[in-house]
Design a protein around this ligand. Structure first.
Ligand code: CP
Ligand code: NVA
Length: 314
């Protein structure tokens, strides 16, 4: 449906600015029966188009279930079924979908096409992962840390591995909520430099340290959380062998975890490649909260949809 006011998009975590904390709080409230009942019919007759250029388990299922639980409806759209796959432009697709649906979720290979969709849509657009960011994941991650550590301030958070889309969004999210973050990444696989600079500036404002290191063991000394993601993101499959060799020292194994605080929490956005970026022993340990993170995607998606549709007081 054509928008009547200035629409909000979620392309980067930084789009939320000071509202990030409120969105996390709402995600937490939406875990309760009371708030679920309050919002159960709130999106009656509302529809969400979901375009997936890449595979997904968590994002697809959590957004679909979120729309159902909020009383709305979602449409899974694959580019190979849409006319997009036969050459219709992303911009024209955005204009057309905006005449039918109330919100569009897009998982794209390229940030440029994400922006083309957002710039042409007259309804809110959610970035459900592109090559630069994965903002929805980070809202669930911050909620998970808050639940387990009761605070986001004074937490020493270490991201280990590829300075990819998840790492970029984590840097911005950490800087916005005032959580210390170190990205431990090998040379040549550092986070996006513009995002790094932006995160450092936000970190100064919110009084937290945002930095990059190359030594995995030094990075985890006295850390509260170790987070990792795949070494080979969707789209990078051609570099698999080289990446597996370069990232080996950044594997989260029991030796690395021993160097951190005793109660250090282990996180992974999933899907995990067990035996590569994380060992079975660590992934299945008591310190691992990876399935809490996955569950929190559902609660975070509800908060994101309601926020973008102007249904939440922030
Ligand atoms: N973490 C995440 O986005 O998972 P999916 O690729 O399964 O959606
Ligand atoms: N960095 C990964 C995240 C998957 C959820 C990828 O882009 O494939």
């Amino acid at each position: 449906m054509p928008s009547t006011g200035i629409k909000k998009d979620l392309i980067s975590v930084s789009d939320l600015g000071a509202d990030l904390g409120s969105v996390i709080t709402w995600a937490s409230k939406l875990k309760t029966k009371e708030y679920n009942a309050q919002f159960a019919e709130s999106l009656k007759s509302k529809s969400m188009a979901m375009i997936f250029e890449k595979s997904s388990t968590r994002t697809r299922v959590s957004f679909e279930v979120a729309m159902t639980q909020l009383g709305g409806h979602s449409l899974f759209l694959s580019p190979k079924d849409l006319q997009l796959g036969r050459g219709e432009s992303v911009g024209d697709t955005a204009c057309v979908l905006s005449r039918y649906v109330d919100i569009i979720m897009y998982r794209a290979f390229n940030h440029e096409t994400m922006m083309e969709l957002a710039n042409n849509a007259t309804v809110p657009v959610i970035n459900a992962l592109d090559n630069i960011e994965h903002p929805c994941q980070i809202i669930a991650d911050l909620l998970t840390i808050l639940e387990h550590k009761c605070t986001l301030k004074d937490i020493n958070f270490v991201y280990m591995g590829d300075g990819n889309n998840v790492c970029n969004s984590l840097l911005l999210g950490a800087a916005l909520v005032g959580m210390n973050m170190t990205a431990a990444c090998p040379e040549g696989y550092l986070p996006d430099p513009e995002i790094m600079e932006k995160a450092k500036k936000l970190g100064e404002i919110n009084e937290c340290s945002i930095k990059v290191m190359q030594d995995p063991l030094a990075a985890v000394q006295s850390c509260d959380v170790i987070y990792t993601d795949v070494w080979v993101s969707m789209g990078d499959e051609g570099e698999q062998a080289e990446r597996e060799r370069i990232f080996q020292p950044f594997q989260i194994n029991s030796g690395l975890v021993k160097a951190a605080k005793d109660d250090c929490m282990i996180m992974h956005c999933l899907p995990a490649h067990r035996g590569l970026e994380i060992t079975d022993e660590v992934m299945d340990s008591k310190q691992s909260v990876v399935f809490d993170q996955a569950e929190n995607r559902l609660h975070a998606q509800k908060a994101i949809i309601l926020y973008l549709l102007g249904r939440l007081e922030v």
